[in-house]
Design a protein around this ligand. Structure first.
Ligand SMILES: *[C@@H]1O[C@H](CO)[C@@H](O)[C@H](O)[C@H]1NC(C)=O
Ligand SMILES: *[C@@H]1O[C@H](CO)[C@@H](O)[C@H](O)[C@H]1NC(C)=O
Length: 883
């Protein structure tokens, strides 16, 4: 009685608080919207609105004014979408900031409150829906008017808001296509031509007929005009032979040009280069690969440690970033420096994946912890102050407070981050002197990032004068401590001095230590010049393919100006229907430009039957994208292509024998990668049944064995298949088959030594040990979840929070779970057998009893039919059990 009463009280209190928060938020004046409210037509409004914007441009025509007014009306529409996306996260962190470290009743309530997703609380900052829709229509009016007045920028913008609109404007690809066509014709804009190329290449949404010749034409014009996406698209077409003959050298040229552009953008950033874009997500990774965890190559062996796969697992286990951050925050509040440092790193790098439990779109969405330099800086300063309570630019090393060895290392790392923040002006005002101070402090205690930072300061002369000798000295120190960034710097130094042998060595090492961008670029250049030298003599060379693949990596990672992948992900994560369509469109553009992940995402969605307005030929399109993804070394996609051929999906004349042959061929290539157990099993199946290839029990057995060897987790289905295979083979021999059946002798080389419990566990451990922390430049934040889990296992601290389901997921004991599952299966089988047995026993006993009774009653002539009855019933019983 008592607890329930308390509960209701708590609920009432909670509702009251919620209401209060909601009311205060809703009552805030919405200044942003006031200026432009309730105007009648578009034209009078644009005059006023444009007056703020243009003052220095001299005489301005109507079209320009309307264009600027449209821009002004448009930006809040985009930003309100963004705000809506962030709102839930913000309102949560706003509440969370009140949660103190102890678990009192108030904190408990706040915790609960912050875990609830209250719609009003989240969305109360944005304007009402109807009004926003009205503003969307107004933007279109203004743009059309400006276009009528002959404003070309407005035309391009009309194309953009028709193709990638905010939620308040409906998408209209026909209008986008028309706008871009006119714009490209009148201005020759490379960007517009590039998009026209895309439309002609794909026929997206049925806007135009596919026309590869036109696509090639537009892409070429755009690429010559300097559009990075078009360059990549052309490179990809020449590499893969789409609409043009396959030609590595031509492709290399286009990719090189795109990579040059990427590099120029990288170098235009702060000292140390522009921050790299987040690595895009392959949607299927979040569910452990297209075939699910275990069966997909994406989540087998080493791959299981990739961030996206782990994030998917964490999400499946119900973990959220909020829980994880809370865990770190809790320990930070306890004064544990290591957690503080990790927390700072999480905010510094941002994380891609939030395993969000309750998203608006059926739990499919993933989000992120946003990069937050200010907050990161706070945590780093908090750590650094343990050792350096006061700052001094003159004598950085004065005012030292001694700490133990472990803490000193942590403080030195924090100094590295602080120096970097100040050197690059991230979240703080850029100040090389302060940066230098922090770097010197960390360098004193051997921190490699600090050495690298000092190197950059001297190389670029941020303190006044450049000093190459000093820079090299510092870079060498950092390089010796395996920091990839510093190794790149040394490599570049050698390259500039004409020593390409030493340079290559440094770049190679940097690559091995995880340099994600620059090392690829320089190495690609070296290989490209080798390829060109060779191609003067012979036509084919390995260098071209290598150089091309590295330029491709650089061009794709460095697309700051055309970040299709990032935009796609942002839209996808909102979960709105229209935003998902737009995400699909972004992916389609990127896929034409050769992004494997985009191709894979589209194939995956089409495979699920979700086309998001792309096409109504889902399976043939899916097959196309699977094939393109497979051609870029995605083994799971390759197996998928095999599946499509096997089932005759997306192919005109389904199920004629050649398709099976092709399927077998694709499985065979997938098998050759030695990674896909599924492909091996499929091939075994095809050999067993003689589908598309001659029946061969020996080969079938070999592939089944291989499958088991590759993925020990699949031993149950494989064992069953083997048993069936043996049964079949014996039957085949008995019934007079001409080929050799399997003899029991073959059993000897079965897979005992390959399979023992805990093997895959050891593999996983090995893989984890080998995963290295990259430099600051590369993100490490994604490991935060796993690290917290490991840490938690080690510490056995059970007193964290009341609703601590954070680490309840299957961690390392996945194998034992699997074992138990198998055991259960076996028990079930046994139970089934027993049931059948009991039931037949029971039936016969009853029959016998009945006969006896009848015999006793003296009915000699009723015996025969009764006996038949009993047998019949016994059979029926069996059938019951089986069906
Ligand atoms: C899209 O735009 C075209 C041309 O501007 C127009 O004819 C068509 O009605 C629009 N479609 C929708 C659904 O609004
Ligand atoms: C779907 O395909 C048919 C022909 O196969 C075509 O006539 C129709 O216009 C398509 N519909 C859409 C919405 O693309």
């Amino acid at each position: 009685m008592m607890p329930r009463c308390l509960c209701r009280r708590a609920l009432q209190l909670l509702l009251t608080v919620t209401l209060c928060v909601y009311v205060t938020r809703a009552a805030e004046p919405e200044q942003a919207w006031d200026t432009a409210k309730n105007r009648g037509t578009a034209v009078p409004q644009m005059k006023e609105a444009a007056e703020h914007d243009i003052d220095d441009a001299g005489p301005v025509d109507e079209g320009t004014r309307a264009y600027h007014a449209a821009l002004q009306a448009l930006s809040p529409l985009y930003s309100s979408d963004e705000a809506e996306m962030l709102a839930s996260q913000q309102s949560i962190s706003f509440l969370r900031s009140f949660i103190s470290r102890r678990a009192g009743p108030v904190d408990f309530m706040l915790r609960i409150l912050s875990n609830l997703h209250i719609p009003g609380l989240a969305g109360s900052r944005s304007a009402p829906k109807g009004e926003i829709r009205g503003r969307g229509a107004k933007v279109l009016d203004l743009l059309s008017y400006a276009v009528e007045q002959g404003n070309m920028d407005a035309l391009a913008m009309l194309g953009e808001v028709s193709m990638f609109p905010p939620t308040s404007i409906p998408m209209n690809l026909t209008r986008a296509f028309e706008a871009y066509t006119t714009h490209a014709t009148l201005t020759g804009s490379p960007f517009s031509q590039s998009l026209l190329g895309f439309f002609y290449a794909t026929g997206y949404g049925g806007v135009v007929e596919v026309d590869q010749a036109k696509a090639l034409l537009y892409y070429t014009f755009a690429a010559v005009g300097g559009d990075q996406t078009a360059e990549m698209a052309l490179g990809y077409r020449h590499w893969a032979g789409i609409g043009v003959p396959e030609d590595c050298m031509t492709a290399l040229g286009w990719y090189e040009s795109a990579a040059e552009r990427a590099m120029a953008q990288f170098l235009s950033g702060p000292p140390g280069g522009r921050t790299l874009l987040l690595y895009p997500t392959r949607l299927s990774d979040l569910i452990g690969g297209v075939y699910g965890p275990g069966s997909s190559v994406a989540s087998t062996g080493w791959n299981a440690n990739r961030a996206a796969v782990r994030a998917g697992q964490a999400r499946a286990a119900g973990e959220t970033w909020q829980d994880i951050l809370e865990f770190y925050q809790y320990h930070t509040d306890q004064g544990e420096l290591e957690y503080t440092l990790r927390l700072g790193k999480i905010y510094y790098h941002g994380t891609l994946y939030i395993p969000s439990a309750g998203s608006s779109a059926g739990g499919d969405a993933v989000g992120a912890v946003r990069q937050d330099y200010r907050r990161a800086a706070q945590y780093f300063v908090r750590i650094a102050r343990h050792m350096w309570p006061r700052d001094s630019l003159k004598a950085p090393l004065a005012n030292l407070r001694e700490l133990d060895e472990r803490s000193t290392i942590l403080v030195a790392q924090a100094c590295g981050y602080l120096g970097r923040l100040y050197m690059r002006g991230e979240g703080v005002r850029q100040d090389a002197k302060i940066a230098n101070m922090w770097f010197e402090r960390g360098a004193e205690y051997g921190d490699r990032e600090c050495h690298n930072g000092l190197g950059i300061i001297h190389k670029e002369g941020l303190l006044g004068s450049k000093d190459d000798a000093k820079a090299i000295h510092y870079f060498a120190g950092a390089s010796g401590a395996d920091l990839a960034e510093a190794q790149v710097q040394l490599g570049r130094y050698h390259l500039l001095n004409g020593d390409s042998v030493s340079a290559t060595q440094f770049f190679d090492i940097a690559l091995r230590h995880g340099s994600p961008f620059e090392a690829y670029y320089y190495l690609a250049h070296i290989h490209a010049s080798m390829a060109r030298a060779v191609s003067l003599g012979t036509t084919s060379s390995g260098s071209c393919a290598v150089a091309l693949s590295w330029f491709k990596i650089v061009a794709e990672r460095g697309a700051w100006d055309n970040d299709w992948m990032g935009e796609a992900e942002k839209r996808w994560n909102t979960g709105h229907e229209q935003d998902r369509k737009i995400a699909m469109l972004y992916w389609a553009v990127a896929a034409e430009a050769g992004h494997e992940i985009a191709q894979n995402n589209i194939a995956y969605l089409l495979d699920k039957g979700e086309d998001y307005g792309m096409t109504n030929h889902t399976s043939s399109s899916a097959l196309l994208y699977w094939t393109r993804s497979a051609a870029q070394n995605n083994i799971d996609a390759l197996v998928k292509v095999g599946d499509y051929y096997y089932h005759g999906l997306g192919i005109a004349d389904a199920l004629i024998p050649e398709h099976l042959e092709k399927a077998a061929g694709y499985y065979q290539s997938a098998v050759e990668s030695q990674l896909s157990a599924l492909a091996m099993w499929n091939l075994g199946w095809m050999y067993e049944n003689g589908l598309g290839i001659p029946q061969d029990f020996h080969l079938a057995k070999r592939y089944y064995d291989l499958a088991m060897e590759t993925n020990p987790g699949g031993y149950l289905p494989v064992t069953l298949s083997l048993i069936k295979l043996y049964a079949r083979s014996i039957w085949y021999t008995i019934s007079g088959g001409k080929n050799h059946g399997l003899s029991l002798w073959d059993l000897r080389d079965a897979t005992d030594e390959h399979w023992y419990l805990g093997k895959s566990k050891e593999d996983a451990k090995k893989a984890r040990r080998n995963s290295i922390d990259g430099g600051i430049g590369e993100r490490v934040g994604e490991d935060a979840v796993q690290w917290a889990r490991d840490r938690r296992d080690r510490d056995e601290q059970g007193d964290f929070g009341p609703e601590d389901h954070l680490f309840s997921g299957e961690g390392e004991d996945g194998e034992s779970v699997e074992f138990v599952e198998t055991l259960l299966l076996l028990i079930l089988c046994g139970l089934l057998a027993w049931l059948i047995y009991v039931r037949t026993q029971w039936a016969t006993r009853r029959a016998v009893e009945e006969r006896r009774r009848r015999d006793a009653a003296g009915q000699p002539d009723g015996q025969a039919p009764n006996h038949r009855n009993a047998v019949g019933r016994g059979n029926a019983g069996l059938r019951d059990v089986f069906l």
